[in-house]
Design a protein around this ligand. Sequence first.
Ligand SMILES: [Zn+2]
Length: 159
Amino acid sequence: MSVLLHKEHGLNPTVNVCFFCNEDKGEVVLLGRAYKGKAPMRMITDYVPCEECQEKFSQGVLFIEVTRSPNTPDQPPLYRGDLYQSVPYPTGRYWVLSKDAVRRIIGNDSDTGQKILKKSKALIDPETAEQLGLYNESITKRETSKNNPDEPEPGSGSK
Ligand SMILES: [Zn+2]
């Protein structure tokens, strides 16, 4: 094992959480010194999907929405691009489309369409996703969990 022990927190364990669905992946990750301070109980340590998400992803063509700058202050990029390539940061939104939907939306005979169908996977920026109408196909978790209409507004200053 090549964990560098944290001076105060030793092995500094955390439970790995799936980036895409926020569920525990059932793996304990020993962060040791790689994490500044005490590691939280559960955290996202990589972009490897959990089994359930992988299962969903494999049912069609996966579009992962990415931006060119981090979405949270310490967000690591999806992968390191080379010096001249901008590096993608996933937003957490994704779509799994059928091949037919991809043909309909992107076009069967376009180079891009062919490449995407072959790889069954593509990165997409928010503007393009919106232009292609992907936002209408699904609602993101982040947006739906923001407001809870059933929650009564706590009465302020009514003492
Ligand atoms: Zn997942």
